[in-house]
Design a binder for this molecule. Sequence first.
Ligand SMILES: Cc1cc2nc3c(=O)[nH]c(=O)nc-3n(C[C@H](O)[C@H](O)[C@H](O)COP(=O)(O)OP(=O)(O)OC[C@H]3O[C@@H](n4cnc5c(N)ncnc54)[C@H](O)[C@@H]3O)c2cc1C
Length: 376
Amino acid sequence: MHDDVIADAGKFANDYLAPNAQAWEMNRSMPREMFVAAAGFDLCGLLAPVSQGGREITFSSFIDVVRILAKADFAATFALIVHNNHVRAIASAGSEVQVSRWLPDMIKGQKVGAFLLTEPGGGSDATALKTTASSDGSDFLITGEKAWVTNGTHADLLNVFAQTDPGSGARGIASFQIPIDATGVEPLPAYDMLGGYAMNAAGFRFSDVRVAADQVLVPAGKGFAAAMAGIDIARTVVAAMCCGLLETSLECVMPRLQDRQAFGKPLIEQQGLSWQAADVGTDLAAARLLAKEAARLIDAGESAVLAAAHAKKFATRVAFDGVSTCMQAMGADGLKQEFPFSRALAAAKIAHYIDGTTEIQNVVIARGMRRTYSEF
Ligand SMILES: Cc1cc2nc3c(=O)[nH]c(=O)nc-3n(C[C@H](O)[C@H](O)[C@H](O)COP(=O)(O)OP(=O)(O)OC[C@H]3O[C@@H](n4cnc5c(N)ncnc54)[C@H](O)[C@@H]3O)c2cc1C
């Protein structure tokens, strides 16, 4: 199972993502066909049960898959992960109606999913969200605005978090399955950004969108916990993707350092450069171990809150520094679009925001440390 999915991920990365990644970045969007192409390699239901048409791989395998895909294209990989997470959420919490209506097409990549928690007013303090879900008989009416929605321009199904009881904080938050063509859903234009265009990030406005009770995915009282339950996985995944960015950068720069001459010898024989490369190698090895440990804990059903926060914080930091170091060692050529550095640098910066910023990882880590060290 593990070897098969790794082989499929490698083939999809080499045959489809790598040849297209730069063009998608230059065109400022990735076509929705990417999801159908990924489904051709069985990569759209990675975490869903086999009984529902998924692949049901472990999280330890999942982080290897995403690292391999992110080597070729970080942004497209994140888009695919958001889709996979939506599939997993429906598979684990969805009603029979939701499962039969959405899962087959999503696993075939013909319908695309998206996760809508962040709002224009802020993403870090998710319990303060302002989108409301007011009761109207047995239905709900959803009103508000969401920001930074990965797959925003392609999504067919939106997993929208909204407050059912203003003033009640996390307790009142529920999640709703809203088809993109529902009356009152207004897609907003995609963002102009530093990079990461394959994420097709955009916003949405909702004006009295009517949602039947059977479109609730996670009810109030459990909605916020459900969003947070997936967060350790998401953080671990981003850490593994950052390892992919470092691998690509090293694979690109190391041959160059050995071939290119300056001052009568190959660049790699300049100790300053070889030590910089060695530091990137050490950071990569450490980031991989942190991500692996977090995934091991998740697979074992143990708490991975701290491990995932450590992994994400460390991996995003060293990815940004490491990509930049490798880019510098390429000389001015590192700036050319034929090399992956500009895309990787933008991706490493984006990694600092998605699934909780670096500062929020520190909030989580500091909270955990206060508990750990109160015993000494
Ligand atoms: C390309 C991209 C794709 C995304 N995709 C999605 C998606 O699919 N779905 C989704 O819901 N969201 C998505 N996000 C949003 C992302 O989760 C948020 O950007 C993130 O949660 C931070 O929220 P914010 O940008 O509103 O910053 P804010 O919450 O406004 O924070 C501003 C700054 O203050 C810092 N800060 C906040 N609180 C504290 C604190 N207590 N201590 C110290 N510092 C603090 C933050 O770290 C940040 O540096 C995406 C973001 C990007 C960039």
